[in-house]
Design a protein around this ligand. Sequence first.
Ligand code: MN
Ligand code: MN
Length: 475
Amino acid sequence: MNRIGDYGENSGPVAGVTAPVPTVTASSGSLRGDSSLLGGNAPLPDPDKSDSAVVPDPQYVNGQQASGNLGLYLDFNNANPPQPVRGTKGATDPGPRTYDYEKLNPDLFAPPATDTGDMPNSMWPMGLSHNRFGTGDGAGWARQQNTEVLPVATAMAGVDMRLGPNAYRELHWHTASEWGLIMKGCVRVSAINDEGQSFIDDACAGDVWFFPAGIPHSIQAFEEGCEFLLVFDNGGFSEDGTFLVSEMFLRNPLEVLSKDLKADLSAFDNIPQNQLYIFDGTPAPKNISEQNITSSAGSISGNASYTYHWSQQAPFEVPGGSVKILDPLTFPIAKMFSAALVTIQPGAMRELHWHTTSDEWSFFLQGSGRITVYAAPASSRTFDFTAGGVGYVPAAQSHYIENTGTEDLIVLEVLQAPKFTDISVAQWLALTPKQVVKDHLHLPDAVIDSLPKEKTLLKPGNKNLTALAGNGTAF
Ligand code: MN
Ligand code: MN
């Protein structure tokens, strides 16, 4: 008997697992078989002597055998190995697979029974994106999510960018508008607008910038480097498709450059011969006023400012966590970018809701969570997320974000809307005549009477997500 493949986990030791392997009985040296192996010619196999697809002694995690409609979060981290079973449905998996994917995506592997129909994928981990390195040594990198990898995300795209100490994202502009959240470190940003007004500011982790389409800008890290998240208002946007100052100089006749900048041809002897992209720079002077240059039009400030020091806004505390909103009501230059930074405690969730006219692009900054997307008329799917993951929910489709981990979940929701708003399911039912709600859903009076007339944003919950599997309570 020769092994012709290696079934089961493709690498790494997993206690207690003996993966069945397919076998062959012949040991011919020929590359192909012959017509004697065709069905009808070949001898019948004996199932009793062939491979078994039986998985001996499968192990199930807490909540896995509870009703599929209950849809409890299944923690597969200690499952050896996880099995695609929920309630009475599904079956063990004796075949080839990589356990880590399934441990990270229990709701794809063993979906709640409420997940029905065809739904587009709504999840992309930045950890699966190609990382493009900067041109300078240690200068940085960027990886992106757009419709190439997440086709449903048509309205927004995202980039995760790292700049090393004093490194630049080179002077550039693009056809999409850019909203940026600094995740680590500090930067100096500069830009000018089409009125000839200039802008320069320093910003640190938790702060936001916005550059409208076509506005040229630069970003330089301070000496400890930085990492930031960019969101663009075009799902097909590619970070590799930006207009670069280096390329613009390379793509015009030197005679024209000489005339345009009123300089001798020799002045262009040392211009870069390749794009700079992300490259090492000289340290920015501490005193920002040394770099503040203005025309007669003056500088950009106040409501026209391209930055918002969001880190200095205190979170709005609610039971289950906290929320901070940044939208054009307070950051007017970012006309259609409305964001919520949501901290969700273990067991709690961002309440069931939808956004009336905007898609939602979300980014998981810390922890782990899950989202069920419901699409009209009768489909839904549940997706699991961990830090560095992008989520996407099309306009009007209902969703929640449940913390499935043991630490606070921090997630950013970004809309293309002039104001951050949502329709809360609980508030909707609270503000609908009681008789109407009762006639539709047959909920007990006590439940309808206690629905919150004010929006709560989050719902606290039991840290034990499988408590309902027994006689416990979920909240
Ligand atoms: Mn940019
Ligand atoms: Mn939302």
